[in-house]
Design a protein around this ligand. Structure first.
Ligand SMILES: Cc1cc2nc3c(=O)[nH]c(=O)nc-3n(C[C@H](O)[C@H](O)[C@H](O)COP(=O)(O)OP(=O)(O)OC[C@H]3O[C@@H](n4cnc5c(N)ncnc54)[C@H](O)[C@@H]3O)c2cc1C
Length: 289
């Protein structure tokens, strides 16, 4: 492995300055559960890793009337062990609680999961269906990017050299909102998703009709996918097997999987169809309380 400097700044500005100085030869370090594996495999020639865990706003989780904000370095266990997150954002718990095992969850967070940009990432679809926004700091100032637009390809993101993900925020769910995420893996745990689906719904006050929905797909394209046509197809429709099956078919159409050692195109498309139906039903159950 190429030797590199370890830098642990205490502010966003200091971190951005180091990242900017080294360009593509420096990387932020959150939990390190992807970064160290890739660095050891010589995925990059690094001159510096910039540990973000001494920067207060990157290590802070706030939840309240304004919504949920998760600092880019907050580890998964601090997300799913938070009682307000567990009660109001159970889909975020669905994702964070299955990223690796307890050792990984003690280090790894949603920020690293998002910036690593794996199509199979379990944390990204839950963020997308919650309409989460990524807050980015860089040499030119700050900017916000919707999470569904953040990943641009496998291991590729909108981040430019010198830019740092500061936090991810999402609005407080409105009434009659429910969301859920699941993945298919051949083992019980500790595996990479063959396919994954996240769904959020808002129901009308009767609880019998969809007002709106968002559906996101993992591991069936070069990036996590917001299946807009599938989600939009539910708006204004009654909750029944036909409307749910039609949305699942549209989600299947939106998937562009490949065949690899973990699954075939046909298997992945079938999984998206089945998991979408299941997650719509689970999101409806949660919305109804
Ligand atoms: C045994 C094992 C099991 C795993 N199981 C799963 C699983 O079930 N599901 C799953 O989705 N993933 C899994 N992973 C992958 C990994 O744990 C997750 O992607 C994790 O969320 C990464 O978070 P991290 O904090 O460790 O990121 P890091 O490794 O620190 O960083 C990941 C990438 O993001 C960049 N980065 C980190 N923070 C920032 C920032 N603030 N701004 C800009 N760039 C940043 C880093 O430079 C690096 O390129 C597993 C990994 C291992 C080793």
């Amino acid at each position: 492995m190429h030797p590199f400097a370890y830098v642990a700044p205490g502010t966003v500005d200091e971190a951005v300055a180091v990242l900017d100085k080294h360009g593509d030869r420096a990387r932020p370090l959150a939990g390190g559960t992807d970064l160290l594996v890739k660095a050891r495999a010589n995925a990059w020639e690094l001159d510096a890793v910039v540990d973000i865990k001494n920067i207060p706003e990157l290590m802070t989780l706030t939840v309240g009337n304004d919504g949920l904000t998760i600092g880019a370095g907050v580890p998964c266990y601090q997300v799913y062990e938070n009682e307000e997150v567990a009660s109001d954002y159970p889909c975020i718990v669905d994702g964070t609680a299955i990223i690796g095992g307890i050792q990984i969850q003690s280090r790894a967070g949603l920020g690293g999961n998002l910036c690593n940009a794996a199509p199979s990432a379990d944390g990204i679809c839950p963020l997308i269906v919650h309409s989460a926004v990524a807050h980015i700091a860089g040499p030119g100032g700050s900017r916000d990017v919707a999470v569904e637009d953040f990943c641009t390809g496998p291991s590729q993101t909108v981040l430019k050299n010198g830019e740092l993900l500061v936090s991810i925020s999402m609005p407080r769910p409105p009434s009659n909102f429910g969301a859920a995420y699941t993945r298919f893996i051949p083992r019980n745990e500790m595996d990479i998703a063959v396919a994954g689906v996240g769904v959020s719904v808002i129901l009308d006050s009767s609880g019998q009709n969809f007002v709106s929905a968002r559906i996101a797909l993992a591991s069936v394209g070069p990036t996590p996918i917001l299946a807009s046509a599938a989600g939009n197809s539910l708006a204004g429709k009654p909750i029944n097997d036909d409307t749910i099956a039609a949305a699942a078919a549209l989600a299947t159409d939106a998937s562009t999987p490949i065949t690899d050692m973990r699954g075939t195109i046909a298997q992945r498309k079938q999984l998206i169809n089945v998991l979408t139906g299941r997650m719509i039903n689970q999101a409806v159950e949660r919305a109804r309380g």
